[in-house]
Design a protein around this ligand. Structure first.
Ligand code: HEM
Length: 257
C-alpha cells in the first residue's frame, strides 16, 4: 500500500482529466462563463462547502480529521458569501432553494460520510481544497481577466489570505494526509470516495451546460442531426403509405394506408 496522498493523486488522475475536459471548465478557461451563470455556480459551491465544513467541524475531534482540519486557512464559506453577494446581490440566499439534483447528490454524499464513516470526509476535503489551491488559482485569474472585475472583487473564494505559501501549504497538507491512520479497506475507500467526489463535481458542472453556447463539436453534431432529419423527412414522404394515399386521392378513393 503506497502512501495515501500518492494514492489519492494517482487514483484520481483519470477523473481529474475528465473534470478538466468538462464543458463548463473549458468555457471557464476561455472566459466564456457569464457573470449570471457564475453567480449560479457559486450557489452550487455554497451548498457543497456548507455541508463539508459543517461535517469537518462536527468531527474535528476525530484524530484523522484533526490532521487535515484547517478552518482558518481553508474555510471557504465566508469567502463564498462575499462572492455570492457580489455576483447575485444581497438577496442571494433566496437562490439556495430549490437545491438541484447534482447539488443534492454531492451534499448527500458528504452527509453520508459524516454519518457513517467520517474518515472519508478527508477524501472530500482533499478534492475541494487541494483543487482550489491548484487549478482554482488559474481559474481565478481567468475570471478576473475576462470579467474585468474591480481589484480583488468577486474572487474571495480563490483568495486564501491566511496562507502565504500555497505550494508549501499543499505539501504540508499531503504530509498530514500521509499521517492518517486507517486500515487497508478504508484507505481504498478513501481513494474511491475521492473519485466519486470528482464525479460529483463534474455532475455539478454539467448542470450548467445548457446555459453555455454550443461547442464546435456540438454544433457539428447538431448539423449532422439536422441533415439526417431532413433526409428522414424526405424518405417518409416517399414511404409506401404516403404513396398509396397520393394514388388513392388521385383516383378519388379514400385510403386507410
Ligand atoms: C481547468 C481546470 C483545472 C486545471 C488546469 C487544474 C490543474 C491542476 C494542477 C496543475 C494541479 C497540480 C498542482 C500541484 O501539484 O501543485 C492540480 C491538482 C489538483 N487538482 Fe486540478 N485542475 C483543474 C480542475 C480541477 C477540478 C475541477 C478539481 C476538482 C474539483 C481539481 C482537483 C485537483 C486536486 C485534488 C489536485 C491535487 C492533486 C494532488 O496533488 O494530489 N482540479 N490541478
Amino acid at each position: 500500500m503506497a502512501l495515501l496522498a500518492a494514492d489519492l493523486k494517482e487514483g484520481t488522475k483519470t477523473v481529474h482529466s475528465e473534470a478538466e475536459r468538462s464543458k463548463f471548465v473549458k468555457f471557464f478557461f476561455k472566459g466564456e462563463i457569464s457573470p449570471a451563470t457564475y453567480g449560479r455556480f457559486l450557489i452550487s459551491l455554497y451548498h457543497v462547502y456548507n455541508a463539508l465544513e459543517k461535517a469537518l467541524d462536527q468531527h474535528k475531534d476525530n484524530a484523522n480529521i484533526q490532521l487535515i482540519y484547517f478552518p482558518k486557512e481553508l474555510g471557504r464559506k465566508e469567502a463564498l458569501e462575499q462572492d455570492l453577494e457580489f455576483f447575485n446581490g444581497p438577496e442571494w440566499r433566496d437562490m439556495l432553494s430549490p437545491i438541484s439534483p447534482a447539488q443534492k447528490g454531492y451534499v448527500d454524499a458528504i452527509e453520508r460520510c459524516a454519518a457513517t464513516k467520517p474518515d472519508l470526509l478527508i477524501a472530500h476535503a482533499y478534492v475541494r481544497y487541494l483543487g482550489d489551491l491548484s487549478g482554482g488559482q488559474i481559474l481565478s485569474k481567468k475570471l478576473q481577466k475576462h470579467n474585468d472585475l474591480p481589484e480583488g472583487k468577486g474572487v474571495a473564494f480563490y483568495n486564501f489570505d491566511q496562507i502565504e505559501d500555497k505550494d508549501g501549504f499543499k505539501e504540508q497538507y499531503r504530509k498530514r494526509i500521509n499521517q492518517v491512520e486507517v486500515d487497508e479497506e478504508t484507505h481504498k475507500a478513501m481513494v474511491e470516495e475521492s473519485c466519486q467526489a470528482f464525479i460529483r463535481n463534474i455532475d455539478v458542472f454539467q448542470e450548467f451546460d445548457h446555459e453555455l453556447p454550443l461547442t464546435k463539436e456540438e454544433q457539428e453534431a447538431a448539423e449532422v442531426a439536422e441533415a439526417a432529419n431532413k433526409k428522414a423527412g424526405l424518405f417518409s414522404s416517399l414511404a409506401p403509405s404516403n404513396l398509396i394515399n397520393s394514388i388513392a386521392s388521385a383516383v378519388g378513393l379514400k385510403s386507410n394506408a
